[in-house]
Design a protein around this ligand. Structure first.
Ligand code: PBG
Length: 324
């Protein structure tokens, strides 16, 4: 590979040559669209820090899901915003809860679309933490019991896949056991296995009303400084029965996506989170970056790093760009 015999530019001379050596091709198949559902009728509340995203009532969530499905996007991820919060997060496992209703309706109207549900307590607890709190401390083992209940209620509503995002220890095993006890053998688990304590979740917490009322999430989410720990977390979840391992956030953690892809034998998902989306939208609004190009470049980089699927608020925009 020495100049002048080798010239790297030869294979870049025109678009067809570039296509021939292109190593990563982004497709709508790669995307999972996150959606926020809220009670009421004909609700479509814009989320200011996530332009283009809304809190949807069920029938509007169905419309959005249909749009995604028609663009070739294979899956959505549902987040619920309940009417009531309490110390046990009971609205999360109520069979008439907002997520349960939305799952039923979406599976009814668009049976082929894969419906994934986020399984966590933070939107449902009055303190906004992802676990049950006793004497100011998050009780791991009571929490995973509740998570099992949430997962089962989502599965009973028809969810194809549940995605625990709480970062408690042992929750994947607990959820697998609870699902199997309820004969939900085919409900898959996408584990938020490697989830960092990140400032990039800010816009999501406005959207889902899930910011913690005190303290932070450092006792359960990972320290952004760590990489070996990501492999330990992912390995635990593989052994506990996860079907897909997620790394979250994506952009500041491409090295982690790459490592998990290399070292863990399960499909890897990456979550291109709310703050990553908001930064692009804000800069594009100011005319400082080219929104289309930067969105596709960002998603390509996440796929190139090793993600088999990408949870992204840009799913619909990107699927449209790819059609152009
Ligand atoms: C709930 C949850 C969060 C996200 C997904 N599930 C927020 C958090 O942990 O505070 C963040 C998603 C995003 O920022 O897009 N535990």
């Amino acid at each position: 590979m020495i100049f002048p015999e080798y010239r790297a530019r030869r294979m870049r001379a025109n678009e067809n040559l570039r296509k021939m050596i292109r190593e990563t091709n982004l497709l709508p198949d790669d995307f999972i669209l996150p959606l926020f559902v809220i009670g009421g009728k004909d609700v479509k509340n814009p989320i200011p820090s996530m332009p283009g995203h809304f809190q949807f009532s069920v029938e509007n969530a169905v419309k959005k899901a249909k749009e995604a499905s028609d663009l070739g996007i294979p899956a959505i991820m549902l987040f619920g915003i309940p009417d009531k919060k309490d110390s046990l997060g009971t609205a999360a496992y109520n069979k008439n809860g907002i997520v349960q209703k939305a799952v039923k309706e979406i599976k009814n109207k668009i049976p082929g679309l894969v419906v994934i549900t986020d399984v966590c307590l933070c939107q449902y607890t009055d303190h906004g933490h992802c676990g049950f709190i006793e004497n100011g401390i998050i009780d791991n083992d009571i929490t995973i019991d509740l998570l099992g209940k949430i997962a089962v209620s989502h599965a009973k509503a028809g969810a194809d896949m549940v995605a625990p995002s709480d970062m408690m220890d042992g929750r994947v095993a607990e959820i697998r056991e609870a699902l199997d006890e309820n004969e939900k053998f085919d409900t898959a688990i996408m584990s938020y296995a490697v989830k960092y304590c990140s400032a990039f979740y800010g816009p999501f917490r406005h959207a889902a009303h899930s910011a913690p009322k005190f303290g932070d999430r450092k006792t359960y989410q990972m320290d952004p400084a760590n990489s070996d720990e990501a492999i330990r977390e992912a390995t635990m979840d593989v052994e506990e029965g996860a079907d897909i391992i997620m790394v979250k956030p994506a952009l500041s953690y491409l090295d982690i996506i790459y490592r998990v892809r290399e070292e863990i034998d399960l499909p890897v998902a990456a979550y291109n989170v709310s703050g990553e989306y908001a930064m692009i939208k804000a800069a594009a609004e100011k005319g400082w970056v080219d929104e289309k190009k930067i969105t596709l470049e960002t998603l390509t980089s996440i796929k190139r790093a090793g993600a088999k699927m990408i949870l992204t608020y840009s799913a619909i925009d990107a699927a449209k760009y790819l059609q152009e």
